[in-house]
Design a protein around this ligand. Structure first.
Ligand code: HEC
Length: 136
């Protein structure tokens, strides 16, 4: 090998090693920030199921679900004093229309009362019927 070829081989080997080291270093550096944003997502920005298949269900999603579906304050607090499978309102079978309307208009425990300007009587009636599934 000529001197020039030798130094070229040496140089390119050094370059390859350097770029591998750089890529690894870059990878290591990129990981913590990616993990940090994922952790952020499991907290504040975690996705709540916002789907509904009926107009009343959509009203519930719009007016109540931020507190009463996944990660909601209502779900968390009710989970402390109810059996775990009753922390969310929609699957429950014990809710009556009167109770839902009373809870919404007067407030209950840590839930603030919901005024008519936010949810009209007609809307609350639909939501309560939806949660009570036909019970009076
Ligand atoms: C700002 C958050 C928030 C919103 C919005 C909200 N709630 Fe609540 N709700 C709560 C909290 C918190 C509790 C638990 C109260 C406690 O036990 O201290 C609760 C409890 C309830 C309960 C009582 C359940 C039980 O078994 O005691 C009902 C019923 C209820 N909410 C209905 C509704 C309806 C209907 C809507 C929408 C019109 C609604 N909530 C909107 C926070 C909210």
């Amino acid at each position: 090998m000529s001197k020039i070829t030798q130094s070229f081989v040496f140089l390119s080997a050094t370059l390859v090693l350097a770029s591998v080291a750089y890529a690894q270093g870059g990878g290591d550096k990129a990981q913590p920030s990616a993990k940090a944003s994922q952790m952020g997502n499991t907290g504040m920005n975690a996705l709540q199921d916002r789907t509904a298949s009926t107009p009343a269900g959509r009203l519930f999603v719009e007016k109540c679900a931020m507190c009463h579906r996944q990660f909601g304050m209502g779900t968390v607090l009710l989970g402390r004093r109810m059996p775990k499978d009753q922390a969310m309102l929609e699957p429950r079978k014990d809710l009556t229309k009167e109770f839902v309307i009373m809870a919404a208009r007067q407030g209950i425990g840590n839930m603030p009362r919901i005024p008519r300007g936010e949810v009209s009587d007609a809307e609350l009636d639909q939501i309560a019927t939806y949660l009570a599934r036909g019970k009076k």
